[in-house]
Design a protein. Structure first.
Length: 283
């Protein structure tokens, strides 16, 4: 079976995108594992399906590299909106995308026919990594808010929330010198989390600028993560470290994040089509 795909990148997250309105596969999990294999030519942080939706413009399904279907990814969401516009599946610049976690709102900034920036409202954070989905206010519990936790030989002050895909964030003095391969997996698999968590290490540069490094569950260090950026800004503000309008520096580039007065989180940044191809799939 020949499956057309597009590899897209949004600030470091590389995903393989498939138009599932045209392609039908019995076992998407199996395909996700094969497509996401780091030894496979295109590689990826996961697989994204663009599907028909009865309640929104489109439905997005997100698969981690191990084949697990998860709720949401901010970078993937922004790239989906560009994908459907780029491939003329729609001419709308304001889109509502259905995810397991809720209905996400995305707006394209188009100049001379090209998408130059993508604004994504990923809704209200749930201040508990045990709670899903996103876009539900939930119980704003401080159960894991700036709590000192010993990991290996070091104490980190952890805060945690969920966008449907759980994150924990720690502000430290210097992210560049951190041994992320030592601490990232130890935190990801810590028994305090009922499911593995994504791990964000953050450093304040000034009130409106931070730097992060992200350990993505099931993948390892990633060069960018939209929801990791948003997690860091939300807790940076709650901790009195940052304002609500923050430029987040990461290996993949600078993503602008706003946490508005109604507590909705918005991220702004571009997305790039890396290349297109075909995958010959045998179930």
């Amino acid at each position: 079976m020949v499956i057309p795909f597009t590899k897209m990148q949004a600030y470091g997250n590389d995903y393989v995108y498939i138009d599932a309105t045209k392609v039908k596969v019995d076992d998407w999990k199996d395909l996700a594992i094969k497509v996401s294999n780091r030894n496979f030519g295109v590689g990826s942080d996961g697989m994204i399906l663009i599907c028909d939706s009865k309640v929104c413009d489109f439905r997005m399904r997100v698969f981690d590299p191990d084949g697990t279907e998860c709720e949401m990814c901010g970078n993937a969401l922004r790239s989906v909106s560009k994908f459907v516009y780029y491939y003329k599946m729609t001419d709308k610049k304001k889109l509502t995308i259905e995810t397991i976690g809720g209905h996400q709102h995305v707006e394209l900034d188009v100049q001379n026919g090209e998408v130059v920036n993508i604004h994504a409202d990923i809704g209200l954070p749930v201040f508990d990594a045990k709670k899903v989905p996103v876009n539900v206010p939930g119980d704003k519990s401080d159960e894991l808010f700036d709590v000192p936790v010993t990991i290996e030989d070091r104490v980190f002050n952890m805060s945690s929330l969920s966008w449907g895909n759980p994150h924990t964030v720690m502000f430290i003095d210097d992210v560049d010198t951190l041994d992320i391969k030592k601490y990232g997996p130890a935190i990801e698999n810590h028994p305090m989390f009922p499911v593995r968590t994504n791990v964000t290490f953050a450093q304040k540069l000034d009130e409106n600028t931070i730097k992060i490094r992200e350990w993505e569950r099931g993948t390892g260090e990633t060069i960018g993560c939209g929801t990791g950026c948003c997690t860091a800004v939300v807790f940076g503000n709650r901790l009195g470290i940052t304002g609500r309008h923050v430029d987040v520096h990461q290996i993949g580039g600078i993503l602008h994040v706003d946490w508005d007065e109604e507590d909705h989180v918005h991220m702004v940044g571009p997305s790039t089509v890396v290349y297109e191809g075909e995958y010959y799939y045998e179930a």
